[in-house]
Design a binder for this molecule. Structure first.
Ligand code: V47
Length: 416
């Protein structure tokens, strides 16, 4: 038994050593325990069993194509209401940016925006030319853009940047696309169209906390867990790999977090057993209250962040990777977490509009490769550049390729 004062229980250690799944009660006890050293040791044991001392990062660019959203989630400071009477297509509506504008500056002036496909492609092209392997694309649920906007976006990126991995659209966006498609398409058809247009995988967003009470309190108008899992099951059946997030530190309890993680573990069990793809990683997202309707809440402390990352590792041993997204946990804590179960600190990011803490209120939020590697080395780990599917990237001064793939990409590194 773990006590609030003492060590996590011996039976938890035995279970982990024997490869047995931890229960809801075990998870809650881990949260209650003050012994973060033992928690770290247990999580690190699982991490080392899976990955040794390797810790990965990637060279990516986040693109948030619009902040207009039909939802009003209380934890979100990103969405903007869509102006009444707007025409609904970038360029036509006048809400898009001109290509010459610095998107970082224009996107953080609190106004609503939607990017044209040309603007998105220009950003992807720039990143690809500088050696990025991934574009991570998400946005609000735009009330007026047609589904062809999203397939055209993928097609245009694929044409311009043949080997960049397009990780795009959370499960919530996929459901929105199905609802707006004309004629109406199923989730499977939406995913197939996007896949044919060049989509590589799905990010894990929109999961929040799988619990009806939390759902009703913090994101009532968003679809619930059944729909989120339907998208990920369908993706896995089609052979599309996905990630899974958990947004913690708002109105949920520790038990509700643990139940969320157990649901991910159970889903993964089924995907590993019967589907063509599965979750690659769990991404616990630390709630950033500033600017949201829940800004009166303090948000998670550093200790809570560290415990949540470690407990995610322990609750979901069948999901290969645990990612500390440094934008939310901060680079300092992401670094510490590399010895508390985490093996991935995500990437260079460059621009991020959903939360703006690391950018001091702006969307410009970047860690250079040198900084990412230094954080990893200082933590006593071996830095490994990965692609979006966790395959090692082999890079020299101006080419990169993915282990096992017959192609390579030539690029010009940006000046330091
Ligand atoms: O779905 C929104 C979250 C998510 C806030 O798959 C917030 O590798 C904290 O899914 N504080 C989008 N979080 C981001 C996302 C993501 C990010 C990095 C990597 C991956 C991956 C996925 O951001 C949303 C929502 O859960 N979010 N507002 C906030 N105030």
């Amino acid at each position: 038994m773990a006590t609030t004062e003492g060590q996590p229980s011996r039976d938890i250690r035995y279970k982990l050593d024997a490869g047995k799944p931890l229960t809801l009660e075990d998870g809650v006890r881990l949260y209650e325990s003050r012994d973060i050293h033992t928690l770290g040791e247990l999580a690190n044991n699982v991490r080392e069993r899976l990955h040794g001392r390797m810790a990965c990062y990637n060279i990516n660019l986040h693109i948030n194509y619009t902040n207009y959203c039909v939802l009003r989630c209380k934890f979100c400071s990103f969405y903007r209401p869509y102006p009444k009477g707007a025409a609904g297509f970038p360029g036509a509506s006048g809400h898009g940016h001109s290509e010459s504008q610095d998107l970082a500056d224009s996107a953080h002036d609190n106004a609503g925006y939607e990017l044209s496909i040309d603007e998105i492609v220009a950003q992807a092209r720039g990143a690809y030319a500088r050696g990025a392997t991934e574009v991570h694309i998400t946005g609000g649920l735009h009330p007026a853009l047609p589904f062809t906007y999203y397939t055209d976006m993928c097609n245009a990126i694929r044409e311009t940047c043949p080997h960049i991995h397009i990780k795009a659209f959370t499960a919530i966006e996929i459901i929105h696309f199905a609802r707006i498609s004309k004629p109406r398409l199923s989730i499977g058809e939406i995913l197939t169209h996007l896949w044919d247009a060049g989509l590589g995988s799905l990010p894990g967003g929109g999961a929040e906390i799988f619990d009806d009470r939390v759902h009703d309190e913090a994101f009532k108008t968003k679809v619930g867990e059944a729909e989120w899992f339907e998208v990920h099951s369908t993706a896995h059946e089609l052979g599309i790999f996905t990630n899974a997030t958990m947004l913690y530190g708002h109105v949920e309890t520790p038990a509700e977090r643990i139940k969320h993680l157990i649901k991910l573990r159970e889903h993964q069990k089924e995907s590993l057993r019967s589907r063509k793809a599965h979750f690659n990683c769990v991404v616990p997202l630390s709630f950033v209250p500033e600017g949201s309707a829940l800004s009166h809440l303090p948000g998670p402390s550093g200790l809570d962040d560290l415990k949540t990352l470690a407990i995610s590792r322990l609750m979901c041993p069948n999901i290969p990777h645990i990612k500390a997204f440094w934008i939310m946990q901060t680079p300092k804590l992401a670094q510490v977490s590399l010895n508390w179960g985490v093996d991935d600190i995500d990437g260079t990011v460059v621009y991020y509009d959903i939360t703006k803490r690391e950018g001091g209120g702006t969307t410009r939020q970047e860690l250079t490769v040198e900084k990412l590697r230094r954080l990893i080395v200082e933590a006593g780990c071996k830095p490994v550049e990965r692609d979006s599917l966790y395959r090692p990237v082999i890079r020299d001064e101006n080419t990169w390729c993915v282990e096992g793939q017959p192609w390579s990409v030539t690029y010009s590194p940006s000046p330091a």
